[in-house]
Design a protein around this ligand. Structure first.
Ligand code: CDP
Ligand code: MG
Length: 698
């Protein structure tokens, strides 16, 4: 048994999972471990996956039923195999396409690459993928197309019945992302008009019953339509028996103070004391993942023996393709791979060879408060369902061990059983505009898998009205509303782009919009804050972060898009390269919408005005006597502060608008620009008219 716990002191304690000791049952003794060493042919590997035994059953059910719900543990082969079975059975003949949606972009790219490899074809031909700003498909040859659920929603704007698809597989449905939920509601509608369309809903957890109830057509309706209806409208449910091995669960005795540090110590302990086998660590985001990697690297430098043989790799969305490939490639003999991941590896991606699992107990989650109209990305506790999924990742190739960085008491008494669907904890502005663009007017009456709160809905309608996107009858305005719906960005960014046309600064605003669409253009590393701050000063603009971005972008272009230049200036090379790509796409969209490309040269006032026209709802005022830099939101009087990563940190202009909020010990505004308050009434009279003069006084 493991000698474990609290880095250095306490005794280890092994606790079986609350369900009687076995987390995942082993249904067959045959292990797939040979496959990861590359001995088995691809065909053999495919046949070893649990889903293979169900191939005929799946094809039969899809033939007979309009909707098939497939539940199977992560790694059983749902995502990579089912689209191939469908293709083999002829569902892609006659120019039709099989679609498979994922909530996450990185998963789309990874599974598409894998399936192309299994089929021995070039990615982008028979097998392709589409994510926002990246389309690797061929309209003549692509038979299997992986895409994000958000992209499929956008495709509906041009082709409301999704006529080119024969089957749509909505994958990872248990994640209940906002786009998945909208998609399910719309697909249910489409099915009535297209009896030839087949739906597959696949999920890693068993909430199939509620899904099934959602797709059940009422008896009365069936009677009206005639019982001889083909295919059967009642959904079929199929459960794929898993093949996971037993995973031993360890809890900490005492709550940990710093989960990044605790995760790092745990990795080193495992490496010290446990037999070979790869480690997967769940942290929450790029920042704490980078911090953990930094600590492990430091350890490697100071204590070679301790960490020799470790290959440490990050895994988060936005990771460049080359780095993704390292994660999926087999671990060299005598080495131990440590993958430090966001919850993307919880169910969306399967990593072979993981034997040890370190679970921080947290993930980044979105929360929205319709009263204060604040949406936040918060590091929040995961649910029990997630904790079990995470543990299961350790039992794919042989019995594994899971180290939870929280106490058993916490797990059993405080963790919630399941997560809340994203729909019920999000700002609904984008969701409403998409439905409106698809001609769905009665949004409150829409058939949702989980209803959003009426307060959130009303807030969204109100903001869209103020943005000039919806009219008095809650219909899209022409042209602004339709134009905003065309741009695949948050409506506030799209509105900013439209306003830049009138203000004559579209060139600048397109750059800003592209930068706001990537995670961060800076390289963050623990311990090198000072260097980064100094680098930032070279670009810092008194107006704020948005103008600073323009300076960085200009510098990057002037350097000839040099990676050395980026390195020297602590600029994330991959991120700015992405910015260039996204900007190019936005430029094309803008031109299509009739926006005139024009630069305002040095007049940053118009740039700030355009930002305000999009983000007026995020206006804040510095508290008069606050020396702590406290701002209050104009709308909800919420306390907020400028994030330390902003160039306006400690500068504290009187009036600002922000792009987003992050919440740690306080609510921090990210990407901040100073404004003149008189612009607020100018750009959004409806929004601010009820707030009295006081808000804007002196
Ligand atoms: O969707 P589900 O979780 O049921 O499984 P999957 O993603 O289809 O994965 C099936 C198998 O393909 C697993 O054994 C993975 O390790 C393997 N796979 C891979 O090696 N590389 C990828 N990029 C994706 C999957
Ligand atoms: Mg999958």
């Amino acid at each position: 048994m493991a000698q474990f716990w609290k880095p250095g002191t306490e005794k280890p304690r092994l606790v079986d999972d609350e369900e009687g000791g076995v987390l995942f049952f082993s249904s067959s003794a045959s292990s797939s471990s040979s496959s990861r060493f590359g001995y088995a042919s691809i065909e053999k590997q495919r046949q070893r996956l649990p889903v293979y035994k169900y191939r005929t059953a799946i094809l039969y059910l899809v033939e007979k039923h309009a909707t098939t719900i497939i539940v199977g543990e992560t790694g059983s082969g749902k995502t990579t195999q089912i689209p191939q079975y469908l293709k083999e059975a002829g569902w892609a003949e006659g120019g039709r396409v099989i679609a498979c949606t994922q909530p996450r972009r990185l998963a789309v790219q990874a599974v598409a690459a894998r399936v192309a490899e299994e089929m021995g074809v070039k990615l982008g031909e028979e097998v392709g993928y589409t994510i926002r700003f990246e389309d690797l498909t061929n309209s003549g040859t692509t038979m299997i197309k992986f895409l994000t659920d958000g992209v499929l929603l956008r495709e509906m704007m041009d082709d409301p019945l999704l006529t080119k698809y024969s089957v749509v597989m909505v994958d990872e449905a248990h994640e209940r992302s906002i786009s998945t939920d909208i998609l399910l509601g719309l697909l249910k509608k489409i099915q009535r008009r297209r009896p030839d369309l087949r739906l597959i809903i696949s999920s890693a957890t068993i909430e199939a019953k509620s899904m099934s109830a959602f797709f059940q057509t009422s008896k009365r309706r069936r009677a009206l339509e005639g019982e001889e209806l083909r295919p059967r409208m009642d959904p079929a449910i199929l459960s794929v028996e898993g093949r996971g091995f037993h995973v031993q669960i360890h809890f900490v005795e005492e709550p940990v103070q710093d989960y990044v540090q605790a995760a790092v110590s745990t990795v080193l302990l495992i490496h010290d004391q446990e037999p070979m086998g790869d480690i997967l660590v769940f942290l929450t985001g790029q920042d704490d993942i980078d911090a953990a990697i930094h600590l492990l690297n430091e350890e490697a430098q100071t204590n070679r023996k301790h960490s020799s043989g470790l290959i440490v790799l990050p895994l988060y969305s936005g990771l460049p393709r080359a780095e993704q490939e390292l994660i999926f490639s087999p671990t060299p003999r005598g080495k131990r791979k440590v993958v430090i991941s966001t919850n993307i590896a919880e169910t969306s991606l399967t990593l072979e060879g993981i034997v040890y699992l370190v679970d921080s107990g947290f993930s980044k989650q979105k929360f929205y408060n319709p009263i204060s109209d604040i949406e936040n990305l918060v590091v929040a506790p995961i649910s029990k369902a997630s904790a079990r999924q995470r543990a299961g990742r350790a039992g794919r190739v042989r019995p594994g061990k899971c180290y939870r960085l929280y106490t058993e008491e916490y797990f059993s008494k405080e963790m919630s059983a399941e997560g809340i669907p994203e729909m019920q904890r999000s700002n609904l502005v984008s969701c409403v505009i998409q439905l409106k663009a698809l001609g769905i007017d009665n949004i409150l009456g829409f058939d949702w898998p989980a209803s959003p709160s009426p307060e959130a809905m009303i807030r969204a309608l109100e903001i869209l009205y103020s943005l000039g996107i919806l009219d008095d009858d809650a219909k899209l305005t022409s042209p602004a509303g339709f134009q905003v719906a065309e741009i695949p960005l948050e409506p506030m960014i799209s509105k900013m782009i439209l306003s830049s046309n009138e203000l004559g600064c579209s060139e600048e605003i397109l750059t800003i919009a592209a930068v706001l669409s990537v995670q961060s253009i800076w390289v963050y590393e623990r311990g090198v804050h000072r260097e980064l701050d100094e680098a930032k000063l070279r670009f810092a603009a008194a107006e704020g972060d948005h103008v600073t971005f323009l300076n960085v972008y200009k510098g990057f272009l002037q350097s000839g898009k040099s990676s050395q230049w980026c390195h020297k200036n602590h600029v994330n090379y991959h991120a700015v390269k992405k910015v260039v790509e996204i900007r190019e796409q936005l430029r094309r969209i803008a031109q299509r919408l009739g926006i005139v490309l024009k630069s305002c040269e040095r007049d940053m006032q118009v740039v700030r005005k355009a930002v305000t026209a999009g983000f007026f709802a995020n206006a804040c005022r510095l508290e008069a006597f606050s020396h702590s830099g406290m701002y209050k939101t104009v709308r909800g009087s919420q306390e907020v502060y400028i994030h330390p990563s902003s160039v306006l940190f400690r500068v504290n202009p009187k009036w600002v608008v922000y792009h987003s909020l992050v919440s740690t010990d306080r609510q921090y505004m990210r990407n901040v620009i100073s404004i003149d308050p008189s612009w607020l009434i100018e750009v959004a009279p409806h929004f601010y008219q009820h707030h009295g003069r006081n808000s804007f006084g002196q």
